[in-house]
Design a protein around this ligand. Structure first.
Ligand SMILES: C[S@@+](CC[C@H](N)C(=O)[O-])C[C@H]1O[C@@H](n2cnc3c(N)ncnc32)[C@H](O)[C@@H]1O
Length: 402
């Protein structure tokens, strides 16, 4: 048993899971009450699977069938993976983004011990309150802040470790690196609108430059202000019928590679900027799938009709200023031409000005983003969050050259 697996057993998950959880029964998420179905509740808590603890931002529709999970307690084996990558040590000061139930914060507090400190930020006030109560009842003392974790928590900085349990979409919040100590480590799920993504582990080096690698295939809920609906913009059927019509030489095998997270999906999602993917399998019968790409910012849209039962070329319709299908094919060709890399061959370098995802070595750029300048360093006027520290010791470092 690894160190984390035994720690997971020492800090029981059940203490943090609310009495009502949400279970996907195929129609949507329905409530499962600990009091009405104690066996079902316990089985969900004991499984190596995520437990959905809130749906629809806490406001499920009348009738009680929730549409989308807005908070969950993550899958225990994935929690162990992320904590292994983070490697917090006794005495560390740790920032967690996405408190959720508070279980991960309790695990962190257990690991850093009395000499360390854990701050955890939850955007949803009700969830934050539940986590505070559960943590207190279980005898742990992380500081739970209600707020937007994208801003970090400068009052508690600098941190030795930062873990986000909500996913970053493309650009890492600049406040996170600004609040880390040189030599520190950050772990977060990272993805694009096209692909859920992978786990990113970053180390902050000298001159406020962080370097990291990706691994795995993970699906986390997004940081709340980085969410975009999967169908954020869609033209009507008439517009799609009138769109530019072409065919493609792509076949089923190519589509498999474009959609498979273990194959090209991650890299294609990075090359294909700001583009959501939506696939309807068997939409027009077995083997007749529809793949839509859309960019709501430019109102660009592409639809591929893939009929695997027919040798005729697949039909493509595109409209708007971007030709999204052509871009997707170009991204696929790039992936294929670079020996079909999965996430493990990708790395990232973040400076105060740019974020660059690269392949194998920093000079082979997959994509580069220009970053907005970080906020100017402000002396903190807040009092220390720590009972035995003075506020002066805990001023956010900003982008200080090291
Ligand atoms: C996968 S859950 C967290 C699981 C949690 N660590 C646990 O142990 O139960 C993700 C959480 O991130 C929260 N979240 C999303 N965006 C956030 C943001 N911008 N700031 C803080 N929390 C956020 C969600 O409300 C949700 O509770």
């Amino acid at each position: 048993m690894s160190g984390w697996e035994s720690l997971l057993a020492e800090v029981p998950r059940a203490l943090f899971i609310p009495d009502t959880i949400w279970v996907d029964d195929g129609r949507g998420f329905t409530a499962l009450s600990k009091h009405q179905d104690p066996t079902g509740w316990q089985a969900a808590v004991d499984a190596d699977a995520p437990v959905v603890t809130q749906v629809d931002g806490g406001q499920p529709p009348a009738g009680g069938v929730g549409g989308w999970p807005s908070s969950s307690c993550s899958q225990p084996s994935l929690v162990a993976d992320m904590l292994t990558a983070l490697a917090p040590r006794p005495g560390d000061v740790v920032l967690e983004i996405g408190t959720g139930t508070g279980w991960n914060a309790a695990l962190l507090a257990h690991r850093v011990g009395p000499a360390g400190r854990v701050v955890s930020i939850e955007v949803d006030p009700e969830l934050a309150e539940h986590a505070r109560s559960a943590l207190t009842a279980a005898g742990h003392e992380p500081l739970v802040i209600t707020g937007d974790g994208a801003a970090g928590y400068p009052t508690g900085a600098p941190y030795d470790r930062l873990i986000s349990t909500a996913a970053v979409r493309e650009v890492l919040p600049s406040a996170w690196l600004a609040q880390l100590r040189p030599g520190s480590r950050l772990v977060t799920p990272w993805g694009t609108d096209y692909a859920n993504g992978a786990l990113l582990t970053l180390e902050l080096g000298r001159r406020r430059t962080a370097t990291g690698r990706f691994h795995g295939d993970v699906a986390f809920m997004r940081l709340r202000d980085q969410r975009r609906s999967l169908r954020s913009w869609e033209p009507d059927e008439q517009q799609i019928t009138d769109a530019q019509l072409t065919t493609t030489t792509c076949r089923g095998r190519d589509l498999d590679r474009m959609l498979n997270p273990a194959k090209g999906k991650f890299v294609i999602g990075i090359r294909l900027a700001d583009t959501s993917l939506h696939v309807e399998w068997d939409k027009h019968g077995p083997g007749r799938h529809t793949l839509d790409l859309d960019d709501p910012t430019t109102c660009s849209f592409a639809r591929l009709e893939a009929d695997l039962t027919n040798p005729a070329p697949f039909i493509v319709r595109q409209l708007g200023p971007r030709r999204l299908w052509d871009e997707a094919e170009a991204a696929y060709d790039w992936w294929h031409g670079h020996r079909a890399p999965g996430p493990e061959r990708l790395g990232i370098t973040i400076t105060p000005d740019t974020q660059t995802v690269w392949l194998d070595k920093p000079t082979t750029i997959v994509r580069r983003w220009s970053l907005a300048p970080p906020p100017p360093r402000q002396p903190s006027e807040e009092t220390s969050p720590w009972p035995h520290e003075s506020a002066e010791n805990w001023v956010a470092p900003g982008f200080v050259e090291t």
